[in-house]
Design a protein around this ligand. Structure first.
Ligand SMILES: *Cc1c(COP(=O)(O)O)cnc(C)c1O
Length: 350
């Protein structure tokens, strides 16, 4: 640390992204990327923009908003695009949490939430999951805090129903409820329609997982237009060109390639269900994941051991050293070939 570093940040404990080692070719099942090619139209449109990088991107993102507002059935002023959905989550903390109103989220969830709260000096409450790693929605009634719910949750993959999200929204009429739907396209009902009915719900989604654009960095939030206006005020105060030209075009392409994206999601869901059966045969216990990953533990092998052994054999999975989930590994659903390789190594290890 330099002697100039702002005192308010000296105790920051930054988010740890999944590792990207370069010492050999790994089968990467640790960051929930799509195992399939980028949607072809996305690559094609982005490539054309690569020749126009001399020019700033459109700060109002009109072309992408035109396509997306039709696609999601919302008005353009109910929608904001961000540099990955992490940026939307960050701006939501900035916009809707302050000294009077902290944040609340489950104790086991996306580990970025506590980081962005700390970064903004926002206090947060971590609400314990039940023993089976599910959320008790009544724990979220009348909290008087800004609520962050990943649905499906990460890294458990367990989803709430839209009606359950609606209860949380209804019971917190004077606070914003942020529903982080990073994995919604793998079989969970979206809460998008709630944004028409309630002025206190913000749905955040990403192109990183189901749409195969993790490296493009494109996320978005949908909500009541006043909420979106607040987020735009912040965006225009620190980075009005937050999404670059190539990524704006890639976003349009990914929405045009809808059939390709949907077919890939269907493949992931199918492989996920098959993998559950195979892992069960090997003795694994799993949560009911509705995401593009499986969250599994084995009674005879610790999570860290499985992670290390798999890494030695060229397969990366994610292990979290946090209370309550140390025994688990999170395995991204890959191609059938990748899954076959994983199963072979796992049965060997066990
Ligand atoms: C991956 C992920 C995100 C953010 O992804 P971006 O790449 O920043 O869009 C947000 N929330 C959860 C729960 C995630 O797993």
């Amino acid at each position: 640390m330099s002697r100039f570093f702002n005192k308010k940040y000296i105790n920051l404990d930054p988010y740890t992204p999944g590792e990207q080692p370069k010492d050999m070719e790994y089968i990467k099942l640790n960051t929930n990327e799509s195992p399939f090619d980028t949607p072809p139209k996305a690559s094609e449109l982005a490539a054309l923009e690569a020749y126009k990088l001399r020019l700033y991107s459109d700060p109002e993102m009109r072309d992408l908003k035109d396509v997306a507002s039709r696609y999601f059935g919302v008005d353009k002023d109910e929608l904001i695009f961000t540099n990955g959905s992490d940026e939307a989550l960050y701006m939501a903390v900035m916009a809707f949490c302050d000294e009077g109103c902290g944040a609340a989220f489950p104790d086991i969830t996306y580990s970025f939430y506590p980081v962005i709260c700390n970064m903004n000096c926002v206090e947060y409450e971590q609400i314990p999951l039940k023993d089976d790693l599910t959320i008790d929605i009544e724990d979220y009634y009348n909290l008087k805090k800004t609520i962050f719910i990943a649905n499906p949750n990460a890294p458990t993959g367990i989803a709430l129903k839209k009606s359950e999200i609606e209860e949380i929204v209804k019971y917190n009429p004077n606070n914003v409820v942020i529903v982080d739907e990073a994995y919604v396209d793998f079989g969970t009902e979206s809460s998008l329609s709630l944004t028409k009915k309630y002025d206190n719900v913000l749905v955040v989604q990403t192109f990183s997982k189901s749409r195969g654009l993790a490296g493009g960095r494109l996320g978005f939030a949908i909500g009541n237009k006043e909420l979106i206006k607040d987020l735009n005020t912040l965006r225009n105060s620190f980075n009005p060109y937050n999404v670059n030209r190539m990524t704006l075009a890639a976003g349009i392409g990914a929405l045009m390639d809808d059939e390709y994206v949907e077919a890939n999601c269907a493949k992931i869901i199918k492989t996920r269900n098959e993998m559950r059966d195979e892992l069960k045969k090997l003795g694994f216990k799993m949560t009911d994941s509705k995401a593009n990953f499986i969250f599994a533990r084995h009674p005879d092998a610790k999570g860290e051991y499985l992670y290390k052994e798999l890494k030695n054999r060229g397969i990366l999975v994610r292990h979290f050293n946090s209370a309550g989930i140390e025994d688990y590994v999170r395995i991204t659903i890959g191609t059938n070939e990748q899954m076959a390789a994983l199963l072979k190594e796992l049965s060997d290890i066990l």
